[in-house]
Design a protein around this ligand. Structure first.
Ligand code: PLP
Length: 406
């Protein structure tokens, strides 16, 4: 079945520990010996397959995790990094040089936005931010300096869906690369199937799923991944955002249950989104028919894994949003915290937290209102109970009129 492919690809990998352990042994070394000096030289030149040099370059544990993530995204190769930002910054710097230009969605992760808007211009790389759902705007923003179109398959925090097929044909027609941050929709969407050249994830979120580390990955062609690790001019090798082997071993173990978790996150989020909407709350969830890109998401998704675990509601003002989040935390419905993909529900008001890097007037123009609450819905076993308690919180704070809730 096509829809299971990504999860099967992870499941079907087989590697043993050096003593026959069912988990691969963790490589607990920063440096590696060579039997001959010649092999050491060849490894520096990138010509000695299967040899390890130094763990900033690669390590067995990191290669195992990279292999599993490449299998998940269906790319030739992947390389893991110490954080999602470590993946994004390195991948963009590998592709762009001074004078180059990017076209980027205006609704993206706050850190990525700040990097493109404030940091890269210092090195002569400029970005035009566009409404990524407006393909004309994307085409118009392309100049002869453009190297890259950058977007999130499902955007943070507005949950806009990128039309990956069209963006890929635009980028191919203009000789550009398409880079997609797929952090919000692992397994549900495989951007590589629709022509994305480079796919990055913050593993910190759903993929690791235990909120115990930051981590990232870049997935792409063998050639691109090798370039990133090149000892002479590879951004991963030289900028040094290397994942530690102990951590990559633990992320690999968590990755194996991703498919089960995504199904539950999606099931719970979908239940709550429908209930919230029926209460008359302004609810955004790609699984709702009212979502402007509901059909587009459907056309991209591996149906098995649903529409994901993220939803937003708008409760009118930041004061109401803050009151509600504090009360929900008090009643043990989740945590007032940034990030996503945890077993508990996490909620935050993006305007004053994860998207606060984006200037207020730009937040307004992109539809990021200050009463918006972003939810990462947890793995709750009894989502009906969760819903009832959430509804009670909203009634107690007069966010819902009692009449709505009959
Ligand atoms: C969290 C996040 C990032 C950054 O990842 P880190 O692991 O925190 O560095 C990038 N993109 C998206 C969509 C994210 O949610």
């Amino acid at each position: 079945m096509k829809s299971n492919k990504a999860a099967n690809n992870i499941q079907d990998l087989q590697y043993f520990g050096e003593f026959g352990g069912v988990n691969p042994s963790i490589s607990d070394s920063s440096t590696y010996t060579f039997l001959s000096a010649k092999t050491m030289f060849d490894t520096f030149e990138g010509n000695a397959d299967g040899c390890y040099l130094y763990s900033r370059h690669s390590s067995p544990s990191n290669l195992y995790l990279g292999k599993a993530l490449a299998a998940m995204e269906g790319t030739e190769a992947a390389t893991v990094t110490a954080s999602g930002m470590g993946a994004i910054t390195a991948a963009i710097m590998q592709i762009c040089q001074q004078g180059d230009h990017l076209v980027c969605s205006r609704t993206i992760y706050g850190g990525t936005y700040a990097y493109l808007k404030n940091f890269l211009p210092k090195f002569g790389v400029k970005t035009t931010f566009v409404d990524i759902t407006d393909l004309n705007a994307v085409e118009h923003a392309i100049t002869d300096k453009t190297k890259l179109i950058y977007c999130e398959s499902v955007s943070n925090p507005l949950l806009e869906v990128a039309d990956l097929r069209s963006l890929s044909s635009i980028s191919k027609n203009s000789g550009l690369k398409l880079m997609v941050d797929n952090t919000f929709s692992p397994l549900s969407i495989n951007p590589g199937n629709f022509g994305a050249d480079v796919i990055i994830h913050s593993l910190t979120k759903f993929i690791n799923g235990t909120s115990d580390t930051v981590a990232g990955v870049i997935c792409g062609t063998r050639e691109f991944i090798d370039e990133l690790r090149n000892v002479n001019d590879g951004a991963c090798m030289l900028l040094g955002s290397t994942m530690d082997s102990l951590r990559s071993a633990s992320v690999l173990k968590n990755l194996r249950t991703l498919h089960i978790r995504m199904i539950q996150h999606s099931k719970n989020a979908s239940y709550l989104a429908e209930k919230f909407e029926s209460l008359g709350l302004k609810t955004v969830y790609p699984g709702l028919k009212s979502h402007p890109s509901h059909d587009l998401f459907k056309s991209l998704m591996n149906t098995e894994y649903g529409f994901g675990g993220m939803l937003t509601i708008d409760v009118g003002s930041i004061e109401k949003a803050n009151e509600l989040m504090e009360l929900m935390q008090e009643r043990n419905l989740g945590y007032l915290a940034v990030s996503l993909g945890f077993y508990k529900t996490l909620f935050s008001a993006p305007g004053t937290s994860t998207s606060s890097e984006i200037p207020l007037e730009e937040q307004k123009s992109m539809g990021l209102s200050d009463g918006l609450i972003r939810f990462s819905i947890g793995l709750d076993a009894d989502i009906e109970r969760t819903y009832k308690t959430m509804k009670k919180c909203m009634l107690d704070l007069n966010i819902l009129e009692p009449v709505n809730s009959l």
